[in-house]
Design a protein around this ligand. Structure first.
Ligand SMILES: [Mg+2]
Length: 252
């Protein structure tokens, strides 16, 4: 069976594994299941995700990691002049497709560039916001890695990429093309990898649940991360407190 696992709020909260998740993932891997980690968090690079999983005791390969930064990079062509506002994970994926990353020293430098790609950026400033808005109002395409409004820390919840995106939307009245779950670019990344029996496990109905529905796979909802209001339009195959519970329900 194939397991598509969200990371934040499913495998871990920030730097702390969620109870039983490491053992659950290792159980799936030991039994030969095809496990893929599908995250809207563009901050870490694929190598950093492999290392983070490794520190927690999960031996993952680079090709098991799918991020919203990878999905965003599919929207960029080699040689495109791109303003990347994000962390290493975003920068690496854009460089990998041959984007020409603009490092603006003044607002003039972003006029006429091809695209702005905005991801989760914990140093996001007024200057970044201004660069994005000036570029977009001068014709650059606006791409957001994801639109998650919040991010689950260990005990508290902080603003996610969607909150940064909202500031740019407010100033430009331009809506972005969103790359991550549940949108087309991420669907396009996953489709060729899908197996016959697949379940997506996630904490967000609006991203993970909709994504599963769009892929036509089962959805396992966990309450170990962000808890959203119920939406009867989004099918839930299994609901549980944690990934460990979902795995227990499926592997008898
Ligand atoms: Mg999540």
């Amino acid at each position: 069976m194939q397991w598509l696992l969200d990371l934040d709020g499913v495998v871990w909260r920030m730097d702390t594994p969620i109870d039983g998740s490491v053992e659950a993932v290792n159980r799936l891997l030991a039994q030969g299941h095809d496990v893929r980690f599908v995250t809207n968090n563009s901050s870490l690079s694929r190598s950093q995700y492999v290392a983070k999983l490794g520190r927690m005791g999960v031996e993952a390969q680079r090709d098991q990691i799918l991020t919203s930064a990878m999905a965003a990079a599919t929207l960029v062509k080699p040689g495109d002049r791109v303003l990347a506002i994000g962390e290493l994970g975003l920068v690496e994926e854009l460089e990998a497709v041959g984007a020409d990353l603009v490092v603006p020293r003044s607002l003039e430098d972003v006029v006429g560039i091809d695209s702005v790609v905005l991801g989760w950026y914990r140093k996001f400033s007024y200057i970044d916001m201004s660069n994005a808005c000036v570029a977009i109002l001068s014709g650059a395409r606006f791409v957001a890695t994801n639109a998650d409004p919040t991010y689950p820390l260990e005990r508290l919840v902080v603003p996610g990429t969607g909150a940064l995106v909202a500031s740019v939307v407010t100033a430009t009245s331009v809506s972005p093309t969103v790359a991550g779950k549940p949108e087309d670019p991420m669907v396009g990344l996953l489709r060729p990898l899908l197996e016959e029996h697949t379940i997506m496990v996630g904490d967000r109905l609006s991203t993970d649940g909709r994504f599963a529905a769009r892929l036509g796979v089962e959805f396992g909802l966990v309450s170990s991360g962000i808890q959203e209001a119920h939406d009867h339009e989004i099918p839930v195959s299994l609901a549980a407190h944690s990934l460990a519970e979902i795995v227990n329900m499926r592997l008898v």
